[in-house]
Ligand binder design. Sequence first.
Ligand code: F6P
Length: 304
Amino acid sequence: MNAAIRAVVRKAIYHGLEVIGIQRGYHGLIYGEYEKMHLGSVADIIHRGGTVLRTARAPEFLEPESRNQSLQVIRETGIDGLIVIGGDGSFRGAVELEKLGVAVVGVPGTIDNDIACTDYTIGFDTAVNNVTDAINKVRDTATSHERVYVIEVMGRTSGYIALKAGLAGGAESILLPEIPFDLQEVIERMRRGVKRGKLHSIILVAEGAASALEIAEEIKACTNMDVRVTILGHLQRGGTPTAFDRILASRLGAAAVDLLRSGQHGCMVGLVGGEIKATAFTKALATEKTFPKELYELATILAI
Ligand code: F6P
């Protein structure tokens, strides 16, 4: 997200615009927490995880009173256009602000990659790389001890992180909310693997599909295998962002400024087939993202 903030600030200043950074997302917009941004405000942040503007969940933004309060802040600061970096909830808030006459452009940022009309959201690639790295490390112990590891990853109701990291990390089975699974089949796969000499099994579970602890208990109950659980949690979200994420964030942030400058708003910018494209919030929020089932099938074949 820092790379996106940097891109917005620098691109806007390049075009002679003034930039105000709202702290803690909608929370800061309600309570008037903001700062004027200069070229130097975003120096030395492109390689840092997280966001220098901080972030917060702001459930009160669901209330019309809070949104009206934010309108006061927008007026008193003289904000002509707002760029919102976030996921589904942030874009729903943006739609409400548009209804109040605020010009908003969205930049999709979430590790879950669950926003339609963009192939990738900012942070997803970094999370996939973090998980892949974790699988590599767990694999060392799994092989040495000839164990089964059930690794749980984030993604809320989306299985993208599990799918991509499972493919990249060579997981034996990947359990996703998008694809129904039968645990007995997973166990059979493990048994076949052991028979042909596999030293370990790694089962990657998306948090939206099942609980790793419960899956591990069921495997223990049905087999005599040595099973361990690793829940990666917030380790997935932090750390140095990948080059892919930094480039994506730089392109999307700059594109959001260009949209506002050209008078377009009420939409998000996304990367579609390598090109930057704008899509109305309402369309993006109503569209179901097509899940790449072919990658799941490939991962299953390759982990035979
Ligand atoms: O939406 C991003 C995400 O990291 C999800 O993958 C995860 O379920 C959730 O946020 C965790 O939220 P929190 O940091 O509030 O515990």
